[in-house]
Design a protein around this ligand. Structure first.
Ligand SMILES: CCC(=O)SCCNC(=O)CCNC(=O)[C@H](O)C(C)(C)COP(=O)(O)OP(=O)(O)OC[C@H]1O[C@@H](n2cnc3c(N)ncnc32)[C@H](O)[C@@H]1OP(=O)(O)O
Length: 307
């Protein structure tokens, strides 16, 4: 708190209101690291941009469902530096899209993501740059997970390393038949650094997480379902592509008015992340945004029977 006050004084004394506004905005967006942690987002963005290749594409559909595609097929959708920057920008766009209810995260060309681009990793293998990249990706993936919408990772082919970490930043995971998730970090002399370990423990529990990370185990759909890493398995169908199947699966959670769906995510998120008293207060505040709202009044007028 003292550090924050000192920083506030420093920024205001320099009449640097722009920087202060950006800091506040970043904190309110739910970033883990800010200037107070010695994290300079603009500096690392510039560094990452020096490793180009591929893209992260966002499709915003009228239905309120967005599709985010990891697109670097020549490298099995590995994350180049510029794709990390792209992802941060796409998350910002999703934060601004207030009618969005759902998000599907997929890889292009039938595979999910092979983790960090090893060429970029080799070039920034010094500890300082590694830490900066790690903080940048933790911030982005934390913001992705905290989006007030319901997200699902559609895993086709392979999700390796950072690709496996990315799927833990979605609310749900669907595995296509024949797909594999593998935290290969141990084989690379690493542990997850994009927040994947912390999130994995919350999804599957510490026993399963220890096995998956300690053994760098391959998770196929059956094991995924068994340990709760996968929420569903998509069987190959002649008349429905995996993306369509994922949209159909997600629709049971995203059907209804956007403010209500977004409120659902907010109360679950606060229940998961906040101490009970804070979560209860947040729940009260979120409740206040839907009570007496259009969807609530419409439901009351229709005299529903929940059979
Ligand atoms: C955050 C920590 C991390 O994410 S560390 C990175 C962890 N990921 C890895 O180590 C993945 C290494 N790659 C592999 O194991 C294989 O390439 C996998 C993904 C299984 C695919 O095998 P396979 O189907 O035989 O294809 P392939 O090896 O011929 O690959 C096709 C081209 O893609 C490339 N590629 C693949 N993964 C990456 C990567 N992570 N970074 C950079 N390039 C990658 C391959 O090098 C290959 O390229 P090229 O055709 O030889 O030019």
């Amino acid at each position: 708190m003292m550090v924050l006050c000192a920083l506030r004084r420093q920024l205001l004394s320099r009449s640097n209101c722009g920087a202060w506004a950006r800091l506040l905005q970043r904190q309110s967006r739910g970033c883990v690291y800010s200037i107070t942690h010695g994290f300079n987002q603009d500096e690392i963005r510039e560094k990452l941009q020096a490793f180009p290749g591929g893209s992260i594409d966002l499709l915003k559909q009228e239905s309120g469902i967005a599709v985010l595609t990891i697109n670097n097929p020549a490298r099995m959708n590995a994350f180049s530096g510029s794709m990390m920057v792209d992802l941060e920008e796409r998350v910002s766009q999703l934060e601004s899209w207030t009618d969005c209810k759902g998000l599907i995260v997929q890889g292009s060309s039938g595979t999910f993501c092979s983790g960090s681009d090893l060429n970029a990793v080799r070039a920034i293998s010094n500890p300082q740059d590694g830490m900066k990249m790690c903080m940048f990706m933790q911030n982005t993936l934390t913001r992705l997970l905290r989006l007030p919408l319901i997200s699902v990772a559609l895993v086709e082919g392979r999700a390796l390393g950072g690709g496996a970490e990315l799927i833990t930043a979605c609310d749900f995971r669907l595995m296509a038949s024949g797909s594999e998730i593998q935290f290969v970090h141990k084989h690379m002399g690493l542990v997850p650094g994009w927040g994947g370990a912390a999130r994995l423990v919350r999804i599957v529990g510490s026993q399963h997480a220890l096995k998956l990370l300690g053994g760098a185990l391959k998770v196929e759909p059956e094991l995924g379902l068994q340990i709760g890493l996968a929420d569903g398995v998509l069987e190959a169908e002649e008349d429905a592509l995996p993306l369509q199947q994922a949209e159909d699966w997600l629709s049971r959670y995203t059907k209804g008015a956007a403010p209500v769906i977004r409120a659902v995510k907010k109360v679950v998120l606060s229940g998961r992340e906040l101490p009970l008293s804070d979560a209860l207060r947040t729940e009260k505040d979120v409740f206040g945004t839907v009570w007496g709202g259009p969807a609530n009044l419409q439901a009351l007028a229709s005299k529903p029977k929940h059979k």
